[in-house]
Design a protein around this ligand. Structure first.
Ligand SMILES: Cc1ncc(COP(=O)(O)O)c(C=O)c1O
Length: 393
């Protein structure tokens, strides 16, 4: 290829796209009119709550919202964020500097990497992880140290397994509990250990609390900012995509250390104009919804979780109950890779699972199932697996 047509070298650092063959098969199945049951993406299937849509409609009709939004987000959305933090976690934040709206948390996670990671900087990333946690640092030229997660440690990061020289060199650490893709949760003591580790080695902590609200059976996810010293060393990312079925609206936020947020803000003022103000009004409304709405959302995912765990149990899978997220993380039958298994399932049943290898080498041997269909559709998916003779053992 002519050199001027070649993308920048940083794109070459990205690992190959695991979904290519899966996407091709999905497309072909759709063209043939096959009824795909796509449990691949973490794209919630429910509608955005009516009060949020109504708030957006009236905000759209107000010409005041039609111009460029303020770079740092509207003051009133920032206040809604800090009020929400106070209500949920009893954490007091300054809406001037400790909260920044984002065009979805993926945007912020990626841009934070560009703002903070220099070529050659060492970045600690769990494996498996949500891809933006390693793709952002790779684009920034960082060197990744994969913290391999293991089922026997309940998919929790083992800080004691990180070699001393790696900890000394590390600049940033990404982590995410409740976790995508494993559905794992972390006890409060784990967060305390991470903060102590970050302080000892002077590591910037990036906690992704994407699944802050999707928790079941009385479990309450922990915020990094609830932990003493957490705000000194880190930031925490949130999204409205999952809890409020707003994935297409592109809105999230980051909170925490004001210096870290300032760096991200400086980068963003050079790259984007922030979120459409009408969407910020809608997001503000979402954060103020009564708890009853949340209970309904969680009950829906919980019902699906129980239904699928029981159904997969009949096919030989013994899956531990998850306490949060919208995912099940299941081992693939012995002798197959996660991509082989996902392809086989798609070809023989039209059901889409995500191969674990898409989340890093630590995800090999597993597939992720998103609970983004109602129990009737999940039942249909289970029937198809049964008819195709697909079992764990
Ligand atoms: C852990 C995690 N972080 C961030 C995101 C992206 O969220 P957003 O829609 O706000 O970009 C996802 C989406 O699946 C996720 O699982």
């Amino acid at each position: 290829m002519k050199t001027w047509l070649k993308p920048a070298q940083r794109l070459e650092k990205l690992p190959p796209y695991v979904f290519a063959r899966l996407d091709e098969l999905k497309l072909r199945a759709k063209e043939q009119g096959l009824d795909l049951i796509d449990l691949g993406m973490g794209n919630p299937d429910g509608p955005t709550p009516a009060p949020v849509v109504e708030a957006a409609i009236s905000a759209l009709q107000n010409p005041k919202n039609h111009g460029y939004p303020p770079f740092e987000g509207t003051a009133s959305f920032r206040r809604a964020i800090t009020d929400w933090y106070k209500r949920r976690y009893n954490v007091q934040l300054d809406s001037e500097g400790e909260a920044l709206p984002l065009i979805g948390s993926k945007e912020g996670l990626g841009h934070l990497a560009i703002a903070y990671i220099n070529p050659g900087d060492l970045v600690l990333v769990p494996s498996p992880a949500y891809p933006a946690h390693f793709r952002g640092p790779l684009l920034a030229g960082g060197e990744i140290y994969e913290m391999i997660l293991k089922p026997e440690q309940d998919w929790l990061i083992d800080l004691s397994a990180i070699p001393e020289e790696i900890a000394q060199r590390a600049k940033v650490m990404y982590f995410n509990y409740p976790a995508n893709p494993t559905g794992a949760i972390a006890p409060r003591e784990f967060f305390e250990e991470v903060v102590a580790f970050a302080k000892k080695y002077e590591i910037l902590l990036v906690h992704d609390l994407c699944y802050a609200e999707l928790a079941f059976d009385g479990y309450q996810p922990t915020s990094l900012l609830e932990i003493e010293g957490g705000k000194e060393v880190g930031v925490e990312f949130h999204t409205l995509s999952k809890t409020y079925n707003m994935a297409g609206w592109r809105v999230g936020f980051v909170v925490g250390n004001r210096h870290i947020i300032q760096g991200l803000r400086t980068l963003k003022t050079n790259l984007d104009y922030g979120i459409f103000s009408a969407i910020q009004v809608a997001a503000e409304t979402a954060l103020q919804l009564p708890d009853k709405y949340l209970e309904e959302v969680c009950d829906r995912y919980k019902e699906r979780r129980d239904f699928l765990i029981a159904g997969l149990g009949e096919l030989g899978w013994e899956i531990p109950k998850t306490y949060a997220t919208m995912y099940l993380w299941i081992p693939v039958p012995v002798g197959m890779t996660s991509a082989d298994f996902a392809l086989k399932v798609l070809e023989s049943t039209g059901v889409v699972f995500t191969p674990g290898s898409a989340f890093g080498q630590g995800g090999e041997g597993y597939v992720r199932i998103s609970l983004i269909a109602d129990c009737d559709r999940l039942g249909e998916a289970l029937n198809r697996l049964k008819q195709a003779g697909i079992r764990y053992k």
